[in-house]
Design a protein around this ligand. Structure first.
Ligand code: F3S
Length: 63
């Protein structure tokens, strides 16, 4: 599974990070770090929850 990061949509809510801090990296100002994220099968559930938690829909799950 892969998560496409639409950094331009990020408003720094940090909900993704609070769900899965080891998957979603934030920069010093609290915005998601650019670059798509490859998720291992073991981490899919929490990555999915984190991506869905973003109110700006900045994290798109690629199927
Ligand atoms: Fe940004 Fe959404 Fe996470 S606004 S910090 S990608 S919850």
């Amino acid at each position: 599974m892969r998560i496409l990061v639409h950094k331009e949509k990020c408003q720094g809510h940090a909900r993704c990070w609070s769900m899965a801090p080891d998957i979603f990296d934030l920069d010093d100002e609290g915005y998601i770090v650019a670059g798509d994220i490859d998720v291992t099968p073991d981490d899919e559930k929490k990555a999915w929850r984190g991506a869905k938690s973003c109110p700006e829909r900045a994290l798109e799950i690629e199927k």
